[in-house]
Design a protein around this ligand. Sequence first.
Ligand SMILES: C[S@@+](CC[C@H](N)C(=O)[O-])C[C@H]1O[C@@H](n2cnc3c(N)ncnc32)[C@H](O)[C@@H]1O
Length: 277
Amino acid sequence: MYHRSAKITPAEYESFKAFLQQACGILLGNGKEYLVSSRLNKIMQDAQVESLGALLKMLQSAAHTSLKVKVIDAMTTNETFWFRDIGHYILLKETILPDLNLQRGSSIRIWSAACSSGQEPYNISMIAEEYKLVKAAARPVQIIATDISSKMLEEARAGIYCGLSVERGLTQEQRRKFFVPKERCLEVKQEIKRRVSFSSLNLAGSYHGLGKFDVIFCRNVLIYFSNELKRDIVDRMANALNPGGYLFLGSTESINQLTNRFEMKVGHGGISYRLKS
Ligand SMILES: C[S@@+](CC[C@H](N)C(=O)[O-])C[C@H]1O[C@@H](n2cnc3c(N)ncnc32)[C@H](O)[C@@H]1O
């Protein structure tokens, strides 16, 4: 039986780093053995393995795909909150949606590319709902929300938030406008949920079948990847955008050194990157 105090050998740590990078692009720095131990503790106990090396052996076997999903779930950082980087949402409402509504077309398509527990795509839908109130003939908005973590996708699809997760970032008025009470928690209203469809997607893998987007939110996830993977993702996102489409990154993330296919647009306290023609 595994004990948290069981030491991870340097060789095990290197193999685990390689596994994680290959499986989902996440680059573990040196000296994070404690993080690995604490995040995998329960999984290793449940799997009754004594060492990280033994867990890695199981992960290599095709019979243990659900174990691989659990390990990836445990190793992702899912921190998020409502209206994170509020400037992005104001830009969306005040500049981008009006601009896209000047163009003809059916639905406006927005991709929330690392949606965690759903706050980001639901916030986009809330903005679309508010925009519809000022422009009744607005083009419908369709939001594709993806993440690698099956646990986060399950929470996001349910759209039920309790305790601190309904406190962070929402005003009383937004809670009343966009949620209905559900036991001691709040559930996102159907008209907000309706625009969002969730699916599993590894950003390090293929984007085939997603179609083209007008806006992509790829926030607070590139930081976990190597520069090479960041460049590859940003380039493939540029390919997935319609001409003149917009990309949002997290406020601490920068597109400099990754690509020159975008021009920076600043306004309303937020930065977006517009695909150059
Ligand atoms: C810190 S959260 C960011 C959530 C949200 N975008 C925000 O800014 O608040 C990072 C998310 O990226 C997801 N993630 C990590 N690696 C991924 C990958 N290779 N493909 C897709 N999603 C990934 C994690 O599961 C997690 O939900």
